[in-house]
Design a protein around this ligand. Structure first.
Ligand code: PMP
Length: 373
């Protein structure tokens, strides 16, 4: 059935309405642009991508071979129960496998959690600016976003977040360390925050960057809070474990919550190749530690160097640094790109720069320093 309003031009056929004002108002997730395209555009032999928080050292030893082997079963559906991987994670993390759900990246698990926990109009509280997927997840699941502004130091204001919780709040997201600012919440603050919340509110500790944390005061959410009935810990194999391209993450929660998430997961969304690669990667914990230590040393070096020109760069516990450049952010991003370095500007707020290899970081610093002085 059509109404006159469907045909403003009078002669166009009616088409399905896919326009929702709330979605139109939503910024799209911005992926880092392709370095190959930029290099071609600039006529350079190569460009450097420091925009997506990847670790620059390639797949871990044994991963490519595991992928090749799993590729031979590509005509078959994967194990939907993800049994071998969940068992391995369970043994590594010392939790029951029934408490684990895997998904197409931890971003998908965050979405599944919200879908499992929220009905339209239910509220999700999170700090802002934080991971850009949170508002998209809220809007697409019909939940209402309650954004609590970051502190002046670019971190979570946990007291304000606790105060924003109402009887309509189903879920609170704590991004620790926070993307894109690299800040982290410490044990005493998180203890007080968790004690403040009603036990019926689900607290999701998004620890995508946990492996890069060096501050002993920043708690391991799984070890320290994972057994609480209202806590869910999200982790990913995309960053430290080098599997961003295969899309695999996991969560640890109480068995009923993990089961609810497994129910709403898109069937077969953890591919056989991703499962095999994850199993191979998990055998490389020592190499992961070695690589993370390289990234951490570089993070600290880049932070110190960049603070000479941007003194208010917050300390980062992740594999990126945040330059709070405000109105200069887009212009700075363009200046870097013009020299073959792709960073991630957030217009009007700041620029996130992923830590790369020492040579990539040197290139970034050589571009950034003159652009900022
Ligand atoms: N959480 C945070 C805080 C992130 O920054 C990211 C990736 N940018 C994710 C979750 C999702 O990572 P993935 O889906 O690759 O596991």
């Amino acid at each position: 059935m059509t109404t006159p309003g469907d045909h403003p031009a009078g002669d166009r056929p009616a088409t399905p309405r896919l326009t929702r004002a709330d979605l139109e108002a939503l910024p799209s997730y911005v992926p880092g642009r392709s370095p190959a395209d930029l290099a071609r555009e600039l006529g350079l032999p190569e460009a450097v991508k420091l925009a997506s928080n990847e670790v620059p050292y390639g797949p871990l030893p044994g991963v490519v071979e595991a992928i090749a082997e799993a590729a031979a079963t590509a005509h078959r559906y994967p194990d939907m129960g993800v049994v071998a991987l969940r068992d391995t994670l369970a043994a590594t993390l010392d939790v029951d496998a029934g408490r684990i759900a895997t998904g197409c990246g931890s971003v998908a698990l965050a979405e599944h959690l919200v879908r499992a926990a929220c009905l339209p109009g239910d509220e999700i509280v999170y700090s802002w600016r934080s991971f850009e997927a949170y508002p998209i997840i809220a809007a697409t699941t019909g939940a209402t976003s309650v954004r609590v502004p970051n502190t002046a130091g670019h971190g979570h204001d946990l007291a304000a977040m606790a105060a924003a919780v109402t009887d309509r709040t189903r879920l609170v997201l704590v991004c620790n360390p926070n993307n894109p600012t690299g800040t982290s919440v410490r044990r005493a603050e998180l203890d007080a925050f968790l004690a403040d919340l009603p036990p019926t509110t689900l607290v999701v500790l998004d620890e995508a960057y946990r492996e890069f944390v060096t501050d002993a005061e920043v708690p391991d959410g799984l070890a320290e809070y994972g057994d609480r009935p209202n806590v869910v810990v999200l982790r990913t194999l995309s960053k430290a474990w080098g599997l961003a391209g295969l899309r695999i993450g996991y969560l640890v929660a109480q068995p009923d919550i993990a089961a609810a998430v497994r129910k709403v997961v898109t069937p077969f969304s953890t591919s056989a190749v991703a499962q095999a690669a994850a199993l191979a990667a998990l055998r490389q914990a020592d190499e992961v530690r070695r690589r993370c230590d390289l990234v951490i040393a570089e993070r600290d070096r880049v932070t110190e160097a960049i603070r000479k020109v941007v003194p208010d760069v917050p300390g980062s516990q992740a594999n990126f640094v945040w330059l709070p450049l405000g109105d200069r952010s887009v212009e700075f991003g363009k200046a870097c790109e013009a020299r073959g370095v792709i960073v991630r500007p957030f217009p009007g707020e700041g620029v996130r720069v992923t830590i790369g290899t020492p040579a990539e970081n040197d290139l970034f610093l050589s571009v950034a320093e003159p652009a900022l002085t």
